[in-house]
Design a protein around this ligand. Structure first.
Ligand code: AMP
Length: 133
């Protein structure tokens, strides 16, 4: 898409610190990282959300994350864990599918905050979500 920020990165129209590229995807440093080595994995083919993604492209992206990116983060940054975040619609700042790979380190204090005042009981939520019998 012409006006998509991440499509512009893919085309080289906007600079990015790309650490991996193949025919299907790129991986680059997040400009506002949550931790050292926070990267975004994105498909070259523009899709807005997870629910628009081609299964084969998704499978390829996960394979690259598993076999190339995660080992590289472990070896070169000595990460102690990896938190994977992926936003769709609400909470999604850039409407081009992307997977956040957030390296974790002891005492890094990386956290997802919440508003407990909005939380309903888990019993009520379970009633709403369980399989219909
Ligand atoms: P999300 O809220 O899941 O859509 O996340 C979008 C992410 O893109 C944020 O973490 C931003 O810091 C990141 N971001 C925005 N612009 C750029 C850019 N030009 N280069 C790298 N990362 C970016």
């Amino acid at each position: 898409m012409n006006d998509c920020l991440f499509c512009k990165i893919i085309k080289g129209e906007i600079p990015a610190s790309t650490i991996y590229e193949d025919d299907v995807m790129i991986v680059f440093l997040d400009i506002n990282p949550l931790s050292n080595g926070h990267v975004l994995a994105i498909p070259k083919d523009h899709q807005r959300t997870l629910f628009d993604m081609d299964q084969k492209v998704l499978a390829h992206m996960l394979e690259v994350i598993k076999t190339i990116i995660f080992p590289r983060l472990q070896e070169r940054l000595s990460i102690e864990g990896l938190t994977i975040v992926q936003n769709n619609y609400y909470g999604q700042e850039v409407p081009h599918f992307h997977i956040h790979l957030v390296p974790r380190y002891q005492d890094d204090m990386v956290d997802i905050t919440r508003n407990t005042a909005l939380l309903e009981s888990t019993d009520l939520i379970f009633e709403k979500l369980k399989n219909n019998s």
